[in-house]
Design a protein around this ligand. Structure first.
Ligand SMILES: O=C(O)C1=C[C@@H](OP(=O)(O)O)[C@@H](O)[C@H](O)C1
Ligand SMILES: C=C(OP(=O)(O)O)C(=O)O
Length: 456
């Protein structure tokens, strides 16, 4: 359990979830009538953690309005605080917690240890920051975090001349021996395993003495919208990223501006609620949907209609209605054939939807999600098949065939999106028990409370 170092009220990333857990797990509630819910969601993990890093590297203080307060953002704050960054909670108008004032350190200082938990953004985005700090910083995390790929960041920093001691394992734990500056310059990395390698280096690049001329050399580059998000957050702080050709990014050295920034609601965390409209029937509305965004969750607007949903936007409200072809006997969900290489983090929830479709689905381009919080391809196949599903693992994806599901245990593997996927299945299948619903605290500590609101 993570103890917040903030002043009162203490922040508990597992608060709502813990209250609803029993000894054997969380009994996923069954939907007993059609949904008609309007929900608001807390801030985006990807935006919050980028803005925290950039605020810490900026030349003046920043304020984050309506940031995410969750395990991943807490770990990012604690990591940056350990390097000397100042944080103050300030009352804000957000529904889900205070605003956050970030005061950059005069000089970043190492001689510390950073706990990355299971957060990809923390383990990838902070080592370049630690390289800019004076003194050694040791990185470690949860047990499974030691299996998540880090090579692009580790070898990338080493190639830039940073003294990084990783016992040649290419994973956590490792120590960055920061000297207060990074030379920067030309660099080639393979980011096939995670777009976060590219984002990590770009976020700190303007603070390198020669900036960065970064090339990606691998066969594929997953999660491109997340790199676009990195570029957009840098641009808002006066850092231009030149993209002269596919797979190459150039950043000139220069200041990163302190700014006040509104954090958008997390659109990937909208996925379980929107998917629920198709599984349980009825409609689900998310309030506060941004007019424009770089979040990959926005792709749900085009993805859900492929399963048969009707999606309506009305100002800042996005509503998903169950398929018009739905009847009292059938949900009317269509099977799909999708390449989700850009939207890997949406896969678990969409696979649950495919499990209720009338025809088979194939989802490809997602080999990299074997390196997310768990091997998501194996986890999804194992858990759905354990409930009677017919899911086959492909080299870079999954094939899902229609099959009647029955209740039983659903393992979350400490993965927030596996936990929410179990909740979706449990909407329509009686007796699904999720072993670790508290893992939703990684990015959405309010998950179980919002799920109750969804079903109210
Ligand atoms: O930069 C980010 O905020 C993220 C990038 C993606 O990582 P991968 O490229 O490893 O899939 C995504 O899946 C993850 O949830 C968040
Ligand atoms: C892959 C994910 O997280 P992380 O930021 O830890 O990579 C995710 O949230 O789906």
């Amino acid at each position: 359990m993570l103890i917040s170092k903030y002043s009162e009220p203490e922040f508990d990333p597992y608060g709502d979830a813990r209250q609803t857990e029993t000894d054997d797990g969380w009994r996923a509630p069954l939907a007993t009538s059609k949904l008609s819910a309007v929900l608001s969601l807390p801030g985006s993990k990807s935006l919050t953690n980028r803005e925290l890093v950039l605020a810490a590297l900026a030349d003046s203080p920043s304020t984050l309005h309506a940031p995410l307060w969750s395990r991943d953002s807490e770990l990012m704050v604690e990591g940056l605080r350990a390097l000397g960054t100042g944080f103050d909670r300030v009352p804000g108008s957000g529904e889900f917690g205070d605003d956050l004032r970030v005061t950059p350190a005069d000089e970043l200082l190492g001689s510390t240890t950073i706990d990355c938990g299971l957060a990809g953004t923390v383990m990838r985005f902070l080592p370049p920051v630690a390289a800019l700090a004076l003194g050694p910083t040791t990185f470690d995390g949860d047990e499974y975090a030691r299996r998540r790929p880090m090579a692009g960041v580790i070898h990338g920093l080493q190639a830039l001349g940073v003294d990084l001691d990783d016992d040649r394992r290419g994973t956590l734990p490792f120590t960055v021996h920061g000297t207060g500056s990074v030379a920067g310059g030309e660099l080639e990395i393979d980011a096939s395993a995670s777009s976060q390698f590219v984002s990590a280096l770009l976020l700190s690049a303007a603070r390198f003495e020669r900036g960065l001329d970064l090339r990606h050399s691998g066969e594929r580059l997953p999660s491109l919208p997340h790199i676009e998000m990195t570029i957009a957050t840098l641009a808002a702080r006066g850092v231009a990223v030149d993209n002269p050709e596919t797979g190459r990014w150039v950043v000139a050295p220069g200041p990163i501006r302190g700014i006040d920034v509104d954090i958008e609601p997390d659109l990937s965390n909208a996925a379980p609620f929107l998917v629920a409209a198709l599984v349980a029937g009825g409609s689900v509305t998310i309030a506060g949907w941004p007019a424009e965004t770089t979040q990959v969750g926005a792709q749900l607007i085009d993805l859900l209609p492929q399963f048969g949903a009707r999606v309506v936007r009305d100002g800042d409200r996005l509503t998903v209605h169950s398929p018009e072809s739905a009847t009292a006997e059938a949900r009317g969900i269509r099977g799909v054939d999708l390449d989700l290489s850009e939207a890997g983090e949406l896969v678990p929830n969409l696979v649950a939807l495919a499990a209720f479709a009338e025809g088979p689905s194939t989802i490809t381009g997602i080999g990299h999600i074997r390196h997310h919080e768990t091997d998501r391809l194996a986890a999804l196949a194992t858990e759905l098949n354990g409930l009677g599903g017919r899911v086959t693992e492909l080299e870079d994806g999954l094939r899902i065939e229609p099959a009647p599901l029955h209740g039983g245990a659903w393992r979350a593997y400490a993965d927030h999106r596996m936990a929410t996927t179990g909740a979706i299945v449990g909407l329509a299948v009686p007796g699904v028990v999720v072993d670790d619903i508290a893992s939703t605290g990684k990015t959405l500590p309010q998950f179980t409370a919002l799920w109750e609101q969804l079903l109210a």
